[in-house]
Design a protein around this ligand. Structure first.
Ligand code: ATP
Ligand code: MG
Length: 135
C-alpha cells in the first residue's frame, strides 16, 4: 500500500448547503488526514483550466458557471491509496446513479451538481495541488 496525496474541491452547492463538515468528516472517519484546507472562490479562468479536458462537452459552460457560483473548500488529503479511497467515498459522477452511502449518492440528485471534485490519478492530484495551493 502506497501513501498518496489527493486533492478535492467541495463544490459551491455543497458549501451553500452547509455540507462541508459532513463531507470532511467522512474522509476523516475513513482514516485520511487533512493536510491542507482553504475556503476560496475559483475564477472562471482557473475553473476553465481545471476542467479543460471537458472543454468541448455541451455541459462545459454550465459546469463552469456552477463551479464559480460561490465559495468552495479546497483540501489535500493523505493516506494509503488516498486517490482511489476518496473516489470510492465520492461515488459515481452522475448523482442519480451514485450508490447510497457515497457522498454523491447521499446528497445530490442532478448533474452537474454532484457536490465534490476528486483527483483521479497521482499526476492529476499533484498538478491540481500545484494549481490551487502553489507551493
Ligand atoms: P470530477 O472531475 O468533478 O471529480 P468525475 O471525474 O466523476 O468528476 P468527469 O467526467 O470528470 O467526472 O466530469 C467533471 C464534472 O463535470 C462532473 O463532476 C460534473 O459536475 C460535470 N459533468 C460530467 N458529466 C456531465 C453531464 N453529462 N452533464 C452535466 N454535467 C456533467
Ligand atoms: Mg474528473
Amino acid at each position: 500500500m502506497a501513501v498518496e496525496q489527493t486533492f478535492v474541491i467541495i463544490k459551491p452547492e455543497a458549501v451553500e448547503r452547509r455540507l462541508t463538515g459532513e463531507i470532511l468528516t467522512r474522509f476523516e472517519r475513513k482514516g485520511l488526514k487533512i493536510q491542507r484546507l482553504a475556503v476560496t472562490e475559483i475564477s472562471k479562468e482557473v475553473a476553465k483550466k481545471h476542467y479543460a479536458h471537458h472543454g468541448d462537452k455541451p455541459f462545459f459552460p454550465h459546469l463552469i458557471e456552477a463551479m464559480t457560483s460561490g465559495p468552495v473548500v479546497l483540501a489535500v488529503l493523505e493516506g494509503d491509496e488516498a486517490i482511489s479511497q476518496v473516489r470510492n467515498l465520492v461515488g459515481a459522477t452522475d448523482p442519480a446513479k451514485a450508490a447510497p452511502g457515497t457522498i454523491r449518492g447521499d446528497f445530490a440528485l442532478r448533474l452537474p451538481y454532484n457536490m465534490i471534485h476528486a483527483a483521479d490519478s497521482p499526476d492529476a492530484a499533484q498538478e491540481e495541488i500545484q494549481r490551487f495551493f502553489g507551493n
